[in-house]
Design a protein around this ligand. Structure first.
Ligand SMILES: [Zn+2]
Ligand SMILES: [Zn+2]
Length: 241
């Protein structure tokens, strides 16, 4: 657990044979208005909550969970974390909020073969990822939360309701699984994914000034070089037609 930037804490995922997403806690300490961004893989809730407590954060200050998207490696331990912060709201982009509310888990598992494998491996029942969503994000909002200002961008492509959170002042970008370090991008073959949209979303992110890149997996990057996202988008463009 480290402070990745002022008001942004990083809890590294603990990958197994399926990756576990990183968690970010955003908000100025002392604001009493903190948000957890993404949850992680099944069984990782205890680790994530423990790491948050170790930071000295009072769980009563966690006001909401915000999901960058609802793939299994991000939503898997959402219920485990919500049990520890039952007062917290749940914010998801509307394109994934509606399936989540209806218990439509095609977008969670991404593909049928993966669903069958995970349900047996983790003993998951249908409806395991059915939640009431407090706030359905649309993209374009500026969230004034935790004494900070975060812009929400709807960046479909990796999944239908992927969002990025951007803090303009400190040039911090939390892009979910859309773009990673080392010129990597999210996969675009799962349910709800679309290569053309992913390409367009990468170009939108490329317009932002980013110093700190905080993706859903792999390493985080401080001191991102100018044009990094544009270079990544351009390298991948031929494969995203
Ligand atoms: Zn994903
Ligand atoms: Zn992921």
């Amino acid at each position: 657990m480290t402070e990745a930037s002022r008001g942004v804490y990083y809890i590294q995922g603990q990958d197994e044979f399926i990756p576990d997403s990183h968690v970010y806690v955003i908000g100025i300490p002392g604001s009493g208005d903190l948000s957890i961004v993404d949850a992680g893989l099944m069984g990782k809730g205890k680790y994530k909550v423990g790491a948050i407590r170790k930071l000295g954060i009072d769980l009563a200050d966690i006001k909401r969970m915000i999901m960058t998207h609802t793939h299994l490696d991000h939503i898997g331990c959402l219920r485990e974390i919500m049990e520890e912060v039952p007062h917290a709201e749940l914010w998801i982009h509307e394109a994934e909020a509606e399936p989540v509310e209806q218990g439509d888990e095609r977008g969670v598992y991404g593909m049928e073969m993966f669903r069958t494998m995970c349900m047996s491996q983790y003993n998951l029942k249908p409806g395991a990822f059915k939640f009431d969503v407090t706030k359905k994000l649309q993209g374009g909002e500026t969230l004034e939360i935790g004494g900070m200002s975060w812009e929400v961008l709807h960046i479909p492509g990796h999944s239908a309701g992927s969002i990025a959170l951007y803090q303009r002042e400190s040039r911090v970008l939390i892009p979910g699984d859309t773009v990673y370090a080392d010129y990597a991008i999210g996969r675009f073959d799962l349910h709800g994914a679309d290569g053309t949209e992913l390409s367009r979303s990468l170009m939108r992110l490329a317009e932002l000034d980013v110093d700190v890149l905080l993706p859903g997996h792999n390493r985080i990057v401080k001191g991102v070089k100018p044009g990094y996202i544009r270079d990544t988008a351009e390298q991948w463009a031929p494969y995203l037609q």
